[in-house]
Design a binder for this molecule. Structure first.
Ligand SMILES: CC(C)(COP(=O)(O)OP(=O)(O)OC[C@H]1O[C@@H](n2cnc3c(N)ncnc32)[C@H](O)[C@@H]1OP(=O)(O)O)[C@@H](O)C(=O)NCCC(=O)NCCS
Length: 147
């Protein structure tokens, strides 16, 4: 399994699998701009034949202490093997190298797998009512990057 920084062209592979990997329509919340402008801080996990997983993240341009993970997905055939943990730890390392001290992410309250995953990864979860507008609650995650 190889981990590498993403390139803008990885978008075309990612966008064709996200709805299947999430088992619901999520492609609209991953527009191409994320890979065009944040590929250097995003990661691809692949085998010679398969896209195994990806992480889309960035170093906040407005909050100098913060790194943000927008999306992580692991191919269902590679789940439960620690791949998402590896992607997160690689992102934590690049964020620390830039002096970031906090990582943030969010999910919808219905995504119980994401909540369990983030708690296993040491994130604190907080419910934010109407975070993304009236009727759209989110679970906000944060984790100090220390060490
Ligand atoms: C959530 C997801 C990324 C986890 O990927 P994964 O590679 O299977 O996760 P890992 O094997 O690295 O697991 C890391 C830790 O999270 C825990 N975890 C992962 N998925 C879990 C689940 N569904 N329920 C409970 N715990 C879970 C693991 O037990 C593990 O804990 P441990 O290291 O303490 O033993 C994957 O299921 C996925 O792609 N889901 C669909 C997309 C999605 O919802 N992404 C997250 C929101 S953007």
């Amino acid at each position: 399994m190889n981990l590498r920084p993403a390139t803008p062209s990885d978008y075309d592979r990612i966008i064709t699998v996200v709805d299947a990997w999430w088992t619901r329509e999520v492609h609209a919340i991953l527009p191409r701009l994320f890979l065009d402008h944040f590929h250097r801080t995003s990661l691809i996990a692949e085998t010679p034949n398969d896209l195994a997983g990806f992480l889309v993240g960035f170093l906040s341009p407005s909050l100098p202490d913060t790194a943000y993970i927008h999306f992580v997905g692991v191919n269902p055939g590679f789940r439960g093997t620690g791949l998402a943990r590896r992607l997160y730890e690689a992102f934590f390392a690049l964020a620390r190298a830039d002096g970031r001290t906090t990582v943030r992410a969010l999910t919808s309250p219905e995504n119980t797998a994401s909540i369990a995953f983030h708690q296993a990864m040491g994130f604190t979860a907080t419910l934010a009512t109407a975070h993304d507008g009236p009727g759209t609650d989110r679970v906000l995650f944060h984790r100090p990057l220390g060490g």
